[in-house]
Design a protein around this ligand. Structure first.
Ligand code: VOV
Length: 249
């Protein structure tokens, strides 16, 4: 019997994509604009406090292209908290000028393919806990896409033995490690939570590194034979200090 791998699951994740209704924004009075910007900044102050207390994390990016204008990535210990913060954002003055573009619900995931060292459950290690509950890097660029493991004919990830899958992922990790310091990945599991099986969120200082890593990985068997990919979103960091300038019309 093919065995599933045990996963270690951390904070719940919401990728929330919004489009700005610039036409409507232009019709707002200076007072309304001020109120909208203040409401947005107040929310960020709240999110910053949560992050400071290590009860979650968030990151904000300006999406390039027409799929969306903004991407928020939120991490929280519970699904309820994700829901609450999404609702709070929706109720804000700022949200009157936003339309939903896309969203993705998942949970930070690591798997136990490697045998436990010295009988220690890796989930108990502080370094594992830090990776399951990560403070998101505020690197200059983000790339997000969902993916599946293929289940077609002979190329069926779910009929491969666990040790074979573990070996393929080990090969994958060797490619990944070449990008240390250049690309940081957060893998979130979404089987049973959203339309794809995993969310891949990559952070980089230099956007070309996204193309390089994703291209190089296409040749790793785990991606070439067993990877299926969804829509890609790419964006640039949005800093709290630049919001007023960004929204200036
Ligand atoms: C940036 C570098 C990087 C590094 C170091 C890295 C390492 C690792 C390790 C060690 C492991 C296995 C154990 C675990 O932690 O789960 C994984 C696991 C995984 N990865 Fe990865 N990955 C990277 C990067 C990285 C990228 C760029 C992608 C997208 C693939 C592509 O073709 O577009 C990806 C995908 C995944 C997925 C979907 C999983 C879970 C698969 C599953 O079936 O369970 N990943 N990954």
């Amino acid at each position: 019997m093919v065995e599933a791998v045990e996963t270690m699951d951390g904070w719940y994740s919401l990728h929330d994509f919004r489009t700005i209704d610039w036409t409507y924004w232009k019709t707002a009075t200076p007072e309304e604009k001020k109120e909208a910007i203040a409401s947005f900044e107040a929310l960020i102050t709240k999110w910053d406090a949560v992050e400071e207390a290590k009860n979650g994390s968030h990151a904000m990016y300006k999406i390039v292209g027409q799929k969306a204008d903004l991407m928020f990535m939120f991490l929280r210990p519970t699904m309820e908290e994700l829901n609450e913060l999404e609702t709070e954002l929706n109720k804000s003055k700022f949200a009157e000028f936003l339309t939903p573009a896309h969203s993705y619900v998942s949970v930070v995931e690591l798997s136990k393919y490697r045998p436990a060292k010295d009988g220690i459950d890796p989930e108990t290690l502080p370094e594992t806990q830090a990776r399951l509950k990560p403070i998101l890097p505020k690197w200059e660029h983000v790339c997000f896409y969902p993916m599946d493991r293929r289940r077609v004919g002979d190329e069926n990830w779910y009929t491969l033995e666990k040790d074979v899958r573990g070996k393929l992922l080990y090969e994958h990790s060797k490619t990944g490690r070449k990008y240390a310091g250049k690309v940081k990945q957060i893998i979130t599991g979404s089987i049973g939570l959203d339309d794809w099986e995993w969310g891949v969120t990559l952070f980089a200082h230099e956007p070309l590194q996204f193309k390089k890593i994703v291209y190089e990985m296409r040749f790793d068997e785990v991606s070439s034979r067993y990877g299926e990919f969804g829509e890609f979103f790419v964006g640039n960091l949005l800093k709290k200090e630049e919001i007023a300038k960004f929204l200036e019309v």
